[in-house]
Design a protein around this ligand. Structure first.
Ligand SMILES: *Cc1c(COP(=O)(O)O)cnc(C)c1O
Length: 348
């Protein structure tokens, strides 16, 4: 490693988190780990730890992601989006499970051989079968084919709202009323937040764990699993009235010390990060001026030296604060860390 900027990921903590989650939800038989977007940008190296933690199924967003992961494990993998119909055989050959999200899509591929889960739309209005009639038709087509129907699922869109969420469960029950769910191996509904905040329904036997594996939970005691680290590479003394960076966006009201840190918007630290805090020697310091493509400016004091470590992201609490500052959600803060940032892993 040459550049002093990297994401530090603790694999043992991921494994322990997954163990804690599964221990607290033993009533579910299938704990599907959603490892899309390279494990929320932490890297697919985390998958080994997630499986050691006890996850017994994986889910991703595309066939590309599934094929990449197939090289490292034989565990079943579900693709959450319909894939290009040209690649159905490739999916089957690699034991990848497909999502059937509409009758129209199924009709194009019904003569092929594959394993699938049916996706039901219960209010998210993104993917999925919309009503009982369409589901019954889909079910009949599958029954007359060589298709292996292994699962059925839906997605909760606002688990913080009990009324809306219960309505979604009800809608799932209504749409699947004519189907004998006990004949289907895996019925999975809860995502991370739904898993810890709602009682398991009798007909559900699977859940999909996403961001919770990385320690984001209000209910379970879990650990943060990563930080984003860099160092001070240069210190500038600026005089009252001088500015820093492009457009001179920050103007010193008095003589100031500015630390230069080699991370910028090409690493995913977008310009809106100006004004929020980083941690140096366990103290908070503010990002000032316009964030550059490869570097940013931190307002420091004379306790800070060149080569001191800068935590651009310290832990999950910090991520939640950053998300608030950026007017977004913790998921986006994680996924924004670009591929230029080296990922370093701690195994214990
Ligand atoms: C991303 C995703 C999940 C995981 O969501 P979390 O909130 O991270 O638990 C589960 N199901 C589907 C369909 C998803 O797209």
């Amino acid at each position: 490693m040459i550049r002093k900027t990297y994401e530090l990921i603790n694999l043992k903590k991921i494994e322990n988190n997954v163990k804690t989650i599964i221990n607290s939800s033993k009533e579910y038989k299938y704990h599907i780990a959603v490892v899309k977007a390279n494990c929320y940008a932490l890297g697919i190296k985390c998958i080994k730890s997630i499986l050691l933690g006890g996850a017994n199924y994986l889910a991703v967003s595309s066939l590309e992601e599934a094929l990449k992961i197939r090289k490292i494990t034989n565990v079943r993998i579900l693709v959450l989006e319909p894939i290009d119909i040209k690649y159905i055989d490739l999916a089957t050959k690699n034991n990848i499970t497909l999502t059937i999200s509409s009758k129209e899509y199924l009709n194009k591929i019904k003569d092929k051989k594959f394993t699938c889960h049916i996706k039901i739309n219960t209010g998210m209005n993104r993917l999925g079968i919309n009503n009982k009639k369409e589901l019954n038709e889909v079910y009949n087509i599958i029954n007359k084919s060589n298709i292996n129907l292994e699962g059925i699922y839906t997605h909760i869109y606002k688990s913080s709202d009990k009324i809306l969420t219960e309505k979604q469960f009800k809608k799932f029950e209504t749409i699947t009323k004519d189907i004998d769910l006990s004949k289907i191996e895996i019925i999975h509904i809860p995502n991370s937040e739904t898993l810890t905040n709602y009682k398991k329904k009798d007909y559900v036997n699977g859940c999909r764990m996403g961001i919770i594996m990385y320690g984001f939970s209000d209910t379970l005691h879990l650990e943060s699993v990563f930080s984003l680290n860099s160092r001070i590479i240069e210190i500038k003394n600026i005089k009252k009235g001088e500015t820093v960076g492009y457009d001179g966006n920050f103007k010193a009201k008095k003589d100031e010390l500015i630390g230069i840190v080699p991370i910028g918007y090409a690493d995913g630290i977008i310009r809106k990060n100006t004004g929020r805090y980083v941690y140096i020697n366990n103290k908070k310091y503010k990002i000032v001026g316009n964030v550059c493509m490869d570097m940013l400016f931190v307002l420091i004091d004379d306790t800070i030296n060149i080569n001191d470590e800068v935590l651009i992201i310290k832990d999950n609490n910090h991520i939640n604060e950053i998300a608030k500052h950026l007017d977004t959600i913790n998921y986006e803060v994680m996924c924004n860390i670009s591929s230029r940032v080296e990922r370093k892993y701690i195994e214990r």
